[in-house]
Design a protein around this ligand. Structure first.
Ligand code: GCU
Length: 362
């Protein structure tokens, strides 16, 4: 206990300086226009831990990076790109080893390990970050964003910065946002109205707001870690789940829940972060390098994301998945049913919600 208290004091002492540095980084990202996907850039060579080591020098630091997606998934490729750039810029002094496929544990446990320095870097869904800041849920409220551009304007502006900074007191130093597209529900049997949701059991990420969202639609929620969703559906503890096209395809959920409903309820961005313990070890110069490489890796991830989402959709549709849509009237019902989440989870941040909405109306 005593140790934790000392640690937290150290983290708070760091907060001010870190916040200034973060402002530089995330504002820096804001000035970069989103990369246009091009046919050539859509298929760059697959990066690995081997391609991340570009110098023969004996490293001064070897850091760990936890990622729960597959090797070729855009966020993992972004991680390898980050590791490669850092190794290059530090002439091999810093090596980052990426552990994909949740090899270091599920998202919740890797964040806990990161907070106490057991893992140096983690990329995870904002949804899993809700225990560490009341503001996390604000950026993933259902039907908050008009489209992807609206979300990126928010993430790359002052609001995105403020939410990112809000994790610092928990020992989490955010580096950049990654894309995760839009989330949709999918099921074992066809669903095309709110009425059809009644009585179904839907897997959600471990986040109370996600559980409530599903209940508001008349279904039951079951929180399950990402790695276990396939078997939860296959074995019948869930009738469906919700995620973006890329994850649905990467985890082969289409094989057990082939009906994908385009309700587009949420955009939940990803966060790349570093442990405050690790951050404290680094010189100002190394921190700057890490921040710049992180921003560059975010651009890379976003470029890959766009291509991957389309590819994933095409692949599952060609393999038997059925894409379902909601009528305008039904979509409104989904939207209205979820409205109570705004006040229940974000009452203290309604000013931010309003600003986000205004940005969407522009
Ligand atoms: C997305 C995200 C994962 C997360 C998953 C989930 O796929 O990229 O990091 O674990 O959602 O639904 O749990």
């Amino acid at each position: 206990m005593k140790k934790n208290k000392t640690f937290l004091k150290r983290v708070s002492a760091l907060s001010g300086a870190a916040a200034i540095l973060l402002s530089v980084c995330l504002t820096g990202c804001a000035q970069q226009p989103a990369p246009e996907p091009s046919a050539e850039a859509a298929q760059p060579p697959l990066l690995t831990n081997e391609t991340s080591v570009v110098s023969d020098a004996v490293p001064e630091y070897v850091f760990t990076y936890a990622e729960n997606q597959t090797e070729d998934y855009p966020t993992t490729q972004g991680a390898y790109r980050f590791a490669q750039l850092v190794n290059e810029r530090t002439q091999g002094r810093i090596q980052i080893r990426v552990y994909a496929n949740a090899e270091l544990g599920d998202e919740q446990s890797t964040i806990e390990q990161l907070r106490f320095g057991g893992i140096d870097f983690v990329r995870c869904s904002l949804s899993t970050m809700s225990p560490y800041s009341g503001m996390a849920n604000v950026l993933m409220l259902p039907y908050l964003y008009r489209d992807a551009d609206h979300m990126w304007a928010v993430l790359e502006g002052e609001i995105g910065q403020k939410v990112a900074d809000s994790f610092v007191d928990a020992g989490i130093v955010p580096l950049c946002w990654y894309d995760a597209g839009v989330r949709n529900f999918y099921f074992k049997s066809p669903v095309s109205s709110i009425e059809d949701m009644k009585g179904l059991v839907i897997r959600v990420q471990p986040n109370e707001m996600m559980e409530d969202m599903v209940r508001l639609l008349g279904a039951d929620a079951i929180p399950v870690n990402y790695e276990d969703v396939y078997s939860a559906i296959q074995q019948g503890s869930a009738d469906g789940a919700e995620n973006n096209w890329s994850s649905y395809d990467a985890m082969q959920h289409d094989k057990v829940a082939p009906y994908y409903l385009l309700d587009e309820h949420m955009r939940v961005p990803e966060l790349q972060m570093v442990s405050a313990v690790t951050w404290n070890l680094l010189s100002e110069e190394d921190r700057k390098i890490i921040q710049e490489c992180s921003s560059a890796s975010a651009e890379y991830e976003r470029m890959l994301w766009t291509a991957r989402e389309e590819e994933a959709r095409a692949r599952v549709l060609s393999q038997g998945c059925t894409e379902l849509t909601l009528s305008g009237e039904e979509k409104k019902k989904f939207h209205d049913a979820m409205e109570p989440l705004y006040l229940k989870y974000c009452e203290n941040y309604m000013d931010i919600v309003e600003q986000i909405r205004e940005m969407g109306a522009e």
